[in-house]
Design a protein around this ligand. Structure first.
Ligand SMILES: [Zn+2]
Length: 425
């Protein structure tokens, strides 16, 4: 079965990530290996044999507490091979694949243990909305995660942590606003392949998809926030092209294995793309423009318009999708800001205001916002740093006096985080 006897590799590290539906083990290798994996019953175990290899690291530090694995044992098989045995609480559906080395990591072996009987059936009724006044569902996609740290900033700041923090702030704002409901695509520190992210948004019946990032650029002087939509042709700038190709490589780092597009995806790709993409793209550009405008009050903008490039994660044919680069983590000043809790909140508020403004103007049919619009009611604006009442009045096409009256205010003093009810214009 195993050949190439000269191939001798060592396992130099083991990492573990727990996702809602599976556990991922990553073995760092000194070189490529052949491996096989098979389950055993009574008690349930998973056996992995790695040819011509040995282990050169301790596995004692692994936190197995939230996983189906109770212990990880290693031994020698046939004098030359490494055998790893995972003792399991319950049976799992295993899948394993090799990842060849890249700029960030060396050769790796990835073992995914899928929970059995955890299939997601619960999503449909979430968004159904019996009354016809359903919430607008916003899928928030914190980029990277788990094996893929994203961009690395000074002092060990990692993009995956920063963007999850901003995503959670945004979720709080949306969930506390009537008419909206947020769904986090990634809820913790684990990797999700790019295609899977759009699928999760679709399972949640999202009305919109926002992917949140804080990337690095080759020059540490590069700075500013940007908003991107998909491009069906080329990219609108060199930076956009560069960032899209970087983002699209995430699956190589985070490990998507041999996930290929299924038949439905192919069908979508060929037929629906052309039919509905034009409409979806124009919505993406509109909501992107609103978000960019709000972010302009908080951060320097890298470009004054929504840029476009071929981001894989934005390729939902039917869900308006944008990618927000909240800043460059490779820029020391922005890295400092992005890791600051109150700046994260400001950024989340700005994104919220842009999204809110867009949906106030163009609420999908059957939503609470649509019903309110027909009845002549207005929306909500959360005060961000730099906002003034007169700006807000202009933005929503109402007068300052109306704003004051509608909110029962008797001075134009406002504070960051305050919620203003917007009268119908
Ligand atoms: Zn990123």
């Amino acid at each position: 079965m195993f050949c190439e006897a000269s191939l001798a590799a060592t396992v130099d590290g083991v990492r573990l990530w727990r996702a809602p539906d599976h556990t991922r083990l990553v073995f760092d290798l000194s070189g490529p290996v052949n491996h096989k994996i098979f389950p055993l019953d009574n008690p349930p175990r998973l056996v992995m044999d790695i040819a011509h290899s040995s282990i050169n690291t301790s596995t004692n530090g692994l936190d197995l507490s939230t996983t189906p694995v109770t212990a990880l044992r290693t031994g020698v098989k046939d004098k030359t091979d490494l055998r790893i045995v995972l003792d399991l609480k319950t049976a799992v559906r295993p899948r394993s694949f090799a990842l060849s080395k890249n700029q960030q990591y060396g050769d790796r072996l990835v073992v995914d243990l899928y929970d059995i009987g955890q299939e997601t059936v619960k999503t449909v009724k979430d968004a159904a909305g019996e009354s016809g006044n359903r919430d607008i569902i916003i899928a928030i996609d914190a980029g990277h995660g788990g094996e893929d740290p994203g961009a690395l900033g000074p002092k060990g700041i990692r993009e995956k942590q920063v963007v999850l923090a901003i995503s959670k702030e945004l979720q709080k704002l949306l969930d506390s606003t009537p008419g909206f409901r947020a769904r986090l695509v990634r809820t913790g520190d684990y990797y999700i392949p790019l295609r899977k992210r759009t699928e999760i948004a679709r399972n949640h019946r999202a009305d919109m998809f926002i992917s949140i990032h804080a990337d690095a650029f080759t020059k540490s002087s590069a700075n500013g926030a940007s908003v991107f939509a998909l491009s069906r042709r080329g990219a609108t700038s060199e930076t956009a092209r560069y960032l899209a190709s970087r983002e699209n490589q995430a699956d190589l780092i985070g490990g998507a294995g041999s996930v290929s597009l299924d038949d439905k995806d192919h069908m979508l790709a060929s037929v629906l793309l052309d039919l509905s993409m034009t409409a979806t793209l124009s919505s993406s550009l509109e909501v992107g423009a609103e978000v960019l405008r709000s972010i302009g009050g908080v951060a320097r903008l890298h470009k004054k318009h929504v840029e476009q490039a071929g981001f894989v994660v934005l390729k939902s044919p039917d869900i308006p999708s944008i990618l927000v680069e909240t800043g460059f983590i490779s820029n020391p000043k922005e890295a400092r800001q992005l890791s600051d809790r109150s700046y994260q909140q400001k950024m989340a508020r700005a994104i919220f205001n842009g999204v809110n403004r867009y949906f106030e103007k163009a609420p999908p049919a059957g939503t609470l916002l649509a019903a309110r619009k027909t009845m002549g009611g207005g929306g909500v604006h959360v005060i961000a740093r730099g906002d003034t009442l007169s700006d807000i009045a202009v933005r929503y096409n109402v007068s300052v006096e109306d704003l004051l009256r509608h909110n029962g205010l008797n001075s134009t003093r406002i504070r960051v985080g305050q919620r203003l009810k917007i009268p119908a214009s």
